[in-house]
Design a protein around this ligand. Structure first.
Ligand code: ADP
Ligand code: ZN
Ligand code: ZN
Length: 803
């Protein structure tokens, strides 16, 4: 037997399968999707088994040295998905595969066998390895074919489990569980327990109703019924309950209690949106659906109901949400409905925690995975539904290798599993909306808010007029008045400051000097904490200077409006207001984000001031005023999506107001009040915005009318970058069809990062079947320079960012 192995060397030369002999003692253990150690030149390296075959073209093959996984870490589906990703995103196969495996096991963790069988019941060949203990090292056991096949049998029938031993794992934690003894739980226990044992009867009835004979944690019983452990102990003594313990996974949400949530009656528009999704699920049909629902229309409830259907069919679901809206509030809605069926994949988890969640999915112990971008790789085997919330979010695109878009991966998996893919948004991306308009996706519309709540009134303030009046503050007169009014009424408000393309920079008023990063072509940002100037691209920092380094003037001034500066101004203008500020500085510590929001929810502050991280998902009933301090900062970025992003952001932010009984009001401050993004956001009019923006895109030849590929060339030597970029542009112009446009080369919007100069070329095309091959050839040609001279040529298919 031979293994075709994709080795862990990300280079063009090694981007293919290598054949290795499978030694006889490993034959039974080896499956595609497992990782192995193989000899490679003088070294020994890791690789994924891609295929197992019984022949090879080669006359001499070296043997596989070691098998690293007890079970495949990649399913057959994932192996194919990786091939597709490598092709579509122009990356190496190994890079695609590595991105699907949790980082905790990417190294070479030891594997431990645990047995549930008494020593006497162990097969003879395995006895010496356990030696009286219930654990043994996997690496020792799999040395011989006999022991390996005995192990395979034991794991097959569940008598043994194999697990990775992670370094940060500090012993296993056990949870105390109880379950109802005996097969058929009775409905009424008062007869058997006696009418005086009220609490005990209550426990038994509650458990049999909710769990039947399934085990439940002691904690959960106590939390739900407010009973002491003594009550449970009495039931254990009387043999009504059995006590057991369960290995606990590190559950980051373990301190929360999730009460069974009330399922609301669906509104008519929710029913209409849900029906086609349910039908596709029942008919096991691939069906991409775009759910366009205004903020507060109840999209999440549609997701929850669709998942209920999935679970009824004994299938599994993936829910993708953008990292910043993966708040505890969001997670709670899923946990409340589906409890322990849910795994959460979150970037704030430690790598051990992430692995635990992944393992629950891999072992089939959960049925729903909620998570950010990479959760799209959740290793489920029977997917019945994939959901992408806020499908327009740019963060679904990974900005580093492999540069995949989670939406594309989700659609691929939906096709593979023949199931619907539900993409939801109040402001669908124009790409998706265009596809829905052409019936490539099914369009589902929810134009009304739940309970007919009205959309908030949006007022646009012209800040140029304020400036003419002599108002230099961050607040227009009207906004300030409204804020005072809310303070008196004890209602809450959110102030939103768009930081993207907007920063607090430092400038000398005498000579115009601005502080910029010595390694990157970008101005430094002032951070009040520590009085430091920092580079947001490379992390470089320096203390704020006292005098200008160029002219030694002392007239150093801050420009732009950072959250810290606004907070200071607020404190001055409204000294009685309680303010919570949320930005990268106040939320960098783990859990800080959640603490601040909780505190705001409890009403401990009047004003929540923050960056785009507060634009999403907040659902607080007492918010009646939303202020957007500078709506147009993003409009001027060198990015064809600038208008779309502005419209999306304004819509999201205004969606925070008036979600409950109290009506909401939104104030948008801007220097370009006439811009169509701002006008249509004011009118809550997605369709008009989309029409106008589509016309713009058509005129300028941008997506969704054309596809784009961005090629960025970087090197320490500016001349080399220019020369290479010019050669690449030439080459592409010659090789691509005349219909394709090659723009550039030009200097990248950020001309230098980490001391490396950057140039870019852009390809615009409609139909270019040879493009991938041409790009791969180009990569191959520059391979040597990239490896030896540290030249980078990065290819971004359908880029989301142009920096
Ligand atoms: P969206 O995601 O579309 O902005 P949500 O799903 O957050 O909207 O719903 C907005 C609010 O309406 C939430 O508080 C939710 O609990 C509530 N809600 C959703 N569906 C219903 C319904 N059918 N009946 C009553 N309330 C609902
Ligand atoms: Zn100066
Ligand atoms: Zn820098």
């Amino acid at each position: 037997m031979y293994a075709k192995v994709i080795v862990d060397v990300a280079a063009a030369r090694t981007d293919k399968a290598f054949d290795y002999l499978i030694p006889e003692e490993l034959e039974e253990m080896v499956h595609p999707g497992m990782r192995v150690m193989v000899p490679f030149g003088p070294r020994s390296i890791q690789g994924f088994i891609w295929k197992v075959t019984d022949h090879t073209e080669l006359s001499r093959v070296k043997p596989v040295k070691e098998v690293l996984d007890p079970t495949p870490v990649l399913t057959g589906e994932m192996l194919e998905l990786g091939e597709w990703m490598a092709e579509e995103t122009v990356c190496f196969l190994i890079t695609a595969y590595q991105s699907m495996v949790p980082s905790a096991i990417r190294a070479k963790p030891k594997k431990i066998i645990r047995t549930n069988v008494e020593a006497a019941g162990l097969p003879e060949v395995l006895k010496p390895f356990f030696d009286g203990k219930d654990e043994a090292a996997w690496d020792d056991v799999v040395q011989t074919k006999e022991a390996a096949s005995a192990l395979k049998q034991m794991t097959g029938d569940g008598s043994m489990t194999v697990d990775y031993q992670l370094k940060d794992k500090t012993g296993k934690k056990m949870i105390r569980m109880v379950r109802i003894a005996g097969g058929n739980p009775e409905d009424e226990y008062s007869g058997t327990l006696g009418s005086k044992a009220v609490k005990q009867v209550q426990v038994m009835n509650w458990m049999s109703r909710h769990y039947g004979t399934k085990a439940v944690s002691v904690r959960e019983v106590q939390d739900n019924l407010q009973v002491t452990f003594g009550v449970l102990q009495a039931l254990i003594k009387k043999d009504f309950l059995l006590e057991e313990s369960l290995e606990s996974y590190r559950d980051p949400y373990e301190n929360r209690i999730f009460t069974e949530s009330q399922r609301p009656l669906l509104t008519n528009q929710q029913k209409e949106a849900l029906e086609p999704v349910q039908n596709a699920m029942r008919e096991q049909k691939y069906d991409p659906c775009l759910l366009h629902g205004v903020t507060g229309s109840g999209k999440t409830e549609v997701y929850l109901r669709a998942i209920e259907e999935v679970l009824k069919e004994e299938k599994e679901a993936i829910v993708l949400v953008p990292e910043i809206s993966l708040t505890p509030q969001m997670v709670e809605r899923f946990k409340a409905r589906f409890g322990s069926e849910v795994a959460v994949l979150h970037s704030a988890l430690s790598s051990g925690e992430k692995y635990d969640e992944w393992r629950k999915i891999h072992r089939g112990e959960v049925k729903v995975a909620v998570g950010a971008r990479s959760a799209v790789f959740a290793p489920f085997r029977h997917l019945g539904l994939l959901i992408i919330d806020e499908e327009h979010e740019g963060s679904y695109k990974q900005e580093d290798h492999p540069r995949y878009h989670a939406r594309q991966v989700a659609l691929w998996r939906g096709r593979w599993h023949s199931c619907p893919v539900l993409m939801g948004s109040a402001t669908p991306s124009l790409e998706s909306y265009a596809r829905a308009s052409k019936n490539v996706y099914r369009l589902l519309e929810m134009p009304h808010r739940v309970n007919e709540a009205v959309m908030p009134e949006v007022e646009v303030m012209d800040m140029r007029k304020e400036l003419k009046k002599g108002n230099r503050s961050a607040f227009s007169e009207q906004l300030l008045e409204k804020m005072q009014d809310r303070l008196e009424k004890k209602e809450q408000m959110v102030l939103f400051l768009n930081r993207r393309g907007y920063s607090t920079f430092v400038m000398c008023r005498s000579c115009g000097y601005t502080a910029s990063c010595p390694h990157c072509e970008i101005t430094l940002t002032y951070h009040h904490t520590g009085r430091q100037l920092k580079c947001h691209y490379c992390g470089y920092g320096e203390p704020l200077m006292q005098t200008c380094p160029d002219c030694h003037s002392e007239h150093i001034r801050f420009f732009g409006t950072g959250t810290q500066k606004v907070e200071e101004e607020l404190t001055r203008l409204l000294p009685d207001a309680g303010i919570i500020r949320m930005d990268v500085d106040t939320t960098s510590r783990k859990g800080a984000h959640e603490k601040l929001l909780d505190s705001f929810r409890r009403g401990e502050a009047d004003i929540l001031l923050g960056t785009q991280m507060i634009a999403k998902g907040l659902d607080f009933p007492k918010i009646t005023l939303v202020g957007v301090l500078a709506a147009d900062t993003m409009l001027h970025l060198p990015d064809f999506r600038a208008s779309e992003r502005t419209f999306q952001l304004l819509t999201q932010v205004s969606g925070r107001a008036g979600r409950a009984e109290l009506p909401g009001e939104v104030v948008v401050q801007t220097y370009t009040p006439e811009h169509y993004s701002i006008q249509h956001a004011k009118g809550h009019d997605y369709h008009s915005f989309a029409r106008e923006e589509m016309a713009q895109r058509k005129r300028a030849g941008y997506p969704p009318y054309y596809y784009l590929t961005l090629i960025t060339i970087a090197h320490e030597d500016a001349a080399k970058v220019m020369k290479t970029a010019a050669r690449i542009a030439d080459r592409l112009r010659k090789q691509l069809s005349p219909e394709a446009g090659v723009l550039g080369p030009t200097v990248s919007p950020i001309a230098r990062i980490k001391d490396r100069y950057r140039y870019q070329c852009m390809i615009k095309y409609k139909n270019e079947p040879e493009l991938i091959r041409i790009l791969n050839d180009m990569n191959a040609e520059y391979q040597k320079e990239m490896a030896e001279e540290n030249l980078t040529i990065s290819i971004d298919m359908e880029p989301q960012m142009f920096m």
